[in-house]
Structures are given as structure tokens and as C-alpha cells.
Design a protein around this ligand. Structure first.
Ligand code: G4P
Length: 524
């Protein structure tokens, strides 16, 4: 197949939701269509079940699962679909944000009864920041739901995006009869007893009285509501969707596999193929012949005896070929990748070639960190993998003096993996771990002990926010660092970080030092 056709047929996307809205169920149903799995229930939920076991044991269990489900690739109707999994637990949202840097579009799942939830908003903020096109799937229509127009209003207001329904539900809960697909002008009837893929009944003209034969009195309501939909929402405009300004909306029930195929078909037609990627130097198009890609995720192997890791590389341009010599930009040295794996169906397999939009897994023992770029030789450094300013901070101390080397190494590896961020105080040289959630501290402690044989202790540290600082005015920078020397730290890459005690102090510093730029993500 021609290179351009390989690009055109790829769809690389993420499914996100507030926990419990149905992300796992929808993912599973999509995989069933792709023949990637054959039985329902095969995709293990990657959410942390509350109270089941202690949280970090649960995390360990999941790490086993999540290597397998990190990327789920399958072939469907001539398309190559790559679904990137994202962690459900909010303490790992940074992981989710990073994964979103490797997708070309997103499907957001919303619970029809609960509407927009806090996590949905945060995820949408990231999509908006990156102008990622989103499709909304309103799930659980088989249960009592909020009024559809109210839901759409809520999405527009809270997610700050225009919407355009492409299907419309006929009732909900026990009276749910199905949806009318505005996208392909057909009626899809819901029958909870069969869970088969719904066959659409063509209804080009919904004023056709035959509609009554199928849905009785609800036909009239449907006609009225559709008229309202057409009156209120402008025609679906794909360009608008691709720019991230308009979200098409579908209704269904993932559990009953209802509305899922319709979503998949529309998605494949309208969702973007692999998009250009922005590097510091220039914008790189997928069609370019020179291979390039970046590491967006590192996954430690679950076997504690082999400390190998898998680096996940998103291919941005050109064709990746196994065993070719590529350049590792940060290290400035050549690398040869001899056993890259693709994540197809249920198995991981060694691949010879991969194309833009694909993700490859590369066994690694420490040469990659998140954000690394590899290319065929050109100096390119991909952007868009910011570290977010952490919200919780602790000093990390060695609790076993005999194992300080192990601790050092473990902390180094885990922070490379993106489990948390590491800072070193410029004042007292102590190591500080910064996270976005409490669970990450537990993960670090647990994994240091089980994978590195090291013990650590955390000591409380009251910091409101860490921010990266820079300035063109060297004098101001020196003055600032002198004045705040007790609160200055370096990040892993040696950049200056200011640890502000409170919002008030931060504000004061910003007011006083106008020449200094304060950044709340590490990328600027
Ligand atoms: P998540 O990944 O977004 O966290 O959600 P997940 O798919 O795990 O779904 C959360 C719960 O909602 C599950 O029930 C799931 O069966 C249910 N669910 C998902 N889609 C639908 C739907 O369309 N209709 C209905 N009625 N329920 C749906 P659970 O009891 O919490 O989990 P489980 O024990 O059944 O796995």
C-alpha cells in the first residue's frame, strides 16, 4: 500500500471520561467490532475499585493489565484504528494528559444521568488547549437520563464547546426505544433482550407515517424534537469539528452495545487522520519521508527481577523501519531498535514497519525519558509534553542507610517514568517529590521497596505551587534567586524552579519581579 494511503487510513484516538461513565465498556465494545477481542468482559477495567484491596496493591495489579491495554490497535473496514488507553483514577491524570499529546482526536463519554462531571471538564481543558477534535458519546440511555436538550446545554456551557447532535434518542430509561441517526437518516431500535448490532431502518423522511408503526406515539415527539434540533443547531460542519470548535454528539448505551457501531462508523469517516506535529524547530507533516517520533509514555515492566521498561513512541512522520539507525536527540547518539512491538488485537508482536499515527513499544533500560525525540537525523525536538506544576510536595528521605544507591536509582527511574516529579532544593540539597495526587506517594514507596529494594520516608513540606522561572534580564533573575534562595530548586533537567509557599507569596513575587516569567507547566 502506498505510504499516503497508510497515513490516510489511520485513526489514533483516546477515549476519556469521568470514572464510571462507561469508558471501559465502550472501549470493549469497539474492540469487539474490530475483532480484536471475541468475548465481552475481556478488557479489564483499569479503574481502582474503592475498598477492594489497599490502593497500591490495586495499582500493582493494574500495572500488569495496563501494559496490555495501553494501546489497542485493530483493523476495521480498511481502517487501522489505534485506541490509546488512559488511566481512570484522577491521581494519575497527568498520565492521561500526556497520552492525549499522542492522539489525533478524542471521544468523551458522558453519563446521561450525571451529565458533565469534574474530570470531564479537566480533560476537555486539555483537549481545548491542544485544539484536539472531540466527539461526545452520551451513554447509559437505557437508564433514566436527563433531558437531552438540557444535557447539550450543559456540555456547551461547562465544556465550552459548540455541539451538534448527530443522533437523537427516543425516550430514555425503561421507555428507551432507540435513536434516530441524523447522520445517516435511519431509525435504530433498541431491544435490551438481544444486544445485537442494531439494523437501521432507513427514514429519509421522518414525516412518513410508517414511523408510527415502529415507535407509536413517540413518533410525534421525535419529529418535534428533531425540528427543534435542526432549528437550534447549525448543520454539522466537519472543518469546524477538525479545528476543535464543534463536538458532534451521539447517544447510546455502551453496555447494550447500542449506538456503538453507529458511533464507530461516523468516527472513522469524520475523525482526523494523523496530524502534523509541532516541534521546537518547525511543524512536521506525517507525509514527510524522514522518520520522526517521540516518547510519550514509559512503562516499567512488572517483573521486579528484570528492571526493563517499555518506551511508547508515537510516530509523527515517515516510515519507521526495524533495525534502521536513528538519532536520539537528547543524547545526541545513534540508536537501533531491534525489537519494536506493535499492539495489535490481543497480542504484542514484533513489527518491521510502522507509519505515522502508530505507536510502537520499545524495550528500554534507561535511555529514554518522556519527551525524547528520535529522528532519521534531522534536529527536531517535539513539543507538547509539558510537566504540569505539581500540587503536593514531600521531602523524600532514605529509610535504609545501606540502600542509598538503590534509592537513588529507583527515584531516578520512577521520575523518568513520569510517576512524579523530582526537584532538588538549591538551599539544602534535599530531594523533593512533587505529585498531583496522594496515591503517587504510595506508588513510589511501594515500588521502591518491591522493585529496587529501597526504603523511603516522606516528610511533609508546605508548598503551594512549584513554578519554572526564566527571564531575559539576568540581573533580575540573580536578584530573585538570591532573595528567594531558601525556596529555589532545580528540576531534573537542571532548570530553575521557585517553590511558592502560598498563592499570596506567589502573587507578590509576580508583582515585584515583572521581568521574570513564571510558568506553571515545564514547557515554554
Ligand atoms: P469507566 O471505565 O468510565 O470507569 O466505566 P465502566 O465502563 O467501567 O462503567 C461503569 C459502570 O457503568 C459499570 O457497572 C458498567 O457496567 C456500567 N455501564 C457502562 N455503560 C453502561 C450503559 O450503557 N448502561 C448501563 N445501564 N450501565 C452501563 P459496574 O456495576 O460499576 O461495574 P461492573 O461490575 O458491571 O463491571
Amino acid at each position: 500500500m502506498a505510504f499516503q494511503d497508510e497515513i490516510n487510513r489511520r485513526r489514533t484516538f483516546g477515549i476519556v471520561s469521568h470514572p464510571d461513565a462507561g469508558k471501559t465498556t465502550l472501549t470493549e465494545k469497539l474492540l469487539l467490532f474490530g475483532g480484536a477481542i471475541h468475548i465481552a468482559g475481556a478488557v479489564k477495567s483499569n479503574k481502582i475499585k474503592k475498598g477492594a484491596t489497599s490502593d497500591f496493591m490495586e495499582i500493582e495489579r493494574q500495572r500488569g493489565i495496563s501494559v496490555a491495554t495501553s494501546v489497542m490497535g485493530f483493523e476495521y473496514n480498511g481502517y487501522k484504528v489505534n485506541i490509546l488507553d488512559t488511566p481512570g483514577h484522577q491521581d494519575f491524570q497527568e498520565d492521561t494528559f500526556r497520552t492525549l499529546t499522542a492522539v489525533d482526536s478524542v471521544i468523551i463519554v458522558i453519563d446521561a444521568a450525571k451529565g458533565v462531571e469534574p474530570q470531564t471538564e479537566k480533560l476537555m481543558n486539555v483537549c481545548r488547549m491542544r485544539k484536539t477534535p472531540v466527539i461526545v458519546f452520551i451513554n447509559k440511555m437505557d437508564r433514566p437520563a436527563q433531558d437531552s436538550f438540557t444535557l447539550l446545554d450543559e456540555i456547551e456551557e461547562q465544556l465550552k464547546i459548540n455541539v451538534r447532535p448527530l443522533s437523537w434518542p427516543i425516550n430514555n430509561g425503561p421507555d428507551f426505544k432507540g435513536v434516530y441517526s441524523i447522520y445517516d437518516r435511519s431509525l435504530k431500535l433498541f431491544d435490551p433482550s438481544i444486544q445485537a448490532i442494531e439494523q437501521g431502518i432507513d427514514f429519509e423522511d421522518i414525516s412518513n407515517p410508517e414511523l408510527e408503526d415502529h415507535i407509536g406515539d413517540d413518533a410525534e415527539t421525535l419529529r418535534e424534537e428533531l425540528e427543534l434540533v435542526e432549528g437550534v443547531y447549525p448543520e454539522f460542519d466537519r472543518a469546524n469539528y477538525l479545528e476543535g470548535n464543534l463536538a458532534p454528539v451521539f447517544f447510546g448505551s455502551a453496555l447494550y452495545n447500542f449506538g456503538v457501531q453507529e458511533l464507530l462508523h461516523a468516527f472513522l469517516e469524520i475523525a482526523p487522520k494523523p496530524q502534523p506535529a509541532t516541534a521546537e524547530e518547525r511543524v512536521v507533516k506525517p507525509e514527510e519521508s524522514g522518520f520522526s517520533g517521540f516518547v510519550f509514555k514509559i512503562h516499567a515492566n512488572i517483573d521486579p527481577n528484570h528492571r526493563s521498561r517499555i518506551a511508547f513512541i508515537k510516530i509523527c512522520s515517515g516510515t519507521f523501519v526495524r533495525n534502521n539507525v536513528y538519532k536520539h536527540m537528547r543524547l545526541g547518539k545513534n540508536v537501533r531498535i531491534s525489537s519494536p512491538t506493535a499492539f495489535m488485537a490481543e497480542q504484542k508482536e514484533i513489527i518491521e514497519k510502522a507509519y505515522p499515527g502508530d505507536i510502537i513499544g520499545v524495550p528500554d533500560n534507561g535511555s529514554f525519558i518522556i519527551g525524547d525525540t528520535i529522528t532519521e537525523g534531522e534536529e527536531i525536538h517535539y513539543k507538547g509534553l509539558p510537566s504540569f506544576s505539581p500540587e503536593l510536595f514531600r521531602y523524600i528521605e532514605n529509610a535504609d542507610p545501606m540502600k542509598s544507591k538503590q534509592l537513588h536509582k529507583g527515584v531516578d527511574h520512577l521520575t523518568d517514568e513520569g510517576v512524579a516529579q523530582l526537584f532538588t532544593s538549591q538551599f539544602n540539597g534535599r530531594k523533593i517529590i512533587g505529585t498531583v495526587g496522594q496515591l503517587q506517594f504510595e506508588v513510589i514507596q511501594f515500588r521502591l521497596e518491591h522493585e529496587y529494594g529501597a526504603k523511603c520516608r516522606f516528610e511533609p513540606l508546605q508548598i503551594h505551587k512549584a513554578c519554572w522561572i526564566e527571564s531575559d534580564n539576568n540581573q533580575a533573575l540573580t536578584e530573585f534567586k538570591k532573595r528567594k534562595h531558601q525556596k529555589m530548586a532545580k528540576d531534573k533537567l537542571g532548570r530553575d524552579v521557585f517553590l511558592a509557599d502560598s498563592q499570596f507569596i506567589l502573587q507578590m513575587a509576580q508583582d515585584e519581579f515583572k521581568d521574570i516569567r513564571f510558568h506553571f507547566t515545564s514547557e515554554f
